[in-house]
Design a protein around this ligand. Structure first.
Ligand SMILES: [Zn+2]
Length: 96
């Protein structure tokens, strides 16, 4: 039996969210909350499905995240494309 310390999410955006424990047996997908939201909204923070694209979408429009990280927020959201699973789909043509 492989020793698994608990299936960590790989995407780098997991730094900015808190992964929640599963609460219901039928819950297939883990949920998480945006840390920046929690700081401001506490229990009213919106739950997000723990998927990179979902989290990214949230962070991209999350005022608390944007306020907290300012210019870095853009970089964070930009950098998250570099890691695993999603190969770059944009092919930039460089002439010359
Ligand atoms: Zn948020």
């Amino acid at each position: 039996m492989p020793r698994n310390t608990g299936g960590r999410p790989r995407h780098i955006l997991s730094t900015y969210v808190t992964i929640l424990n599963k609460t219901e047996a039928g819950d297939k997908e883990r949920q998480c909350v945006c840390k920046s939201c929690v700081e401001v909204l506490k229990d009213d923070a919106k739950l997000i499905v723990n998927r990179k694209e979902r989290i990214r979408k949230h962070l991209a429009s999350c005022e608390h995240f944007l306020v907290k990280y300012g210019e870095a927020a853009e970089e964070i959201l930009g950098n998250c494309d570099i890691d695993d699973e999603m190969p770059p789909t944009k092919h930039r043509r460089i002439d010359g």
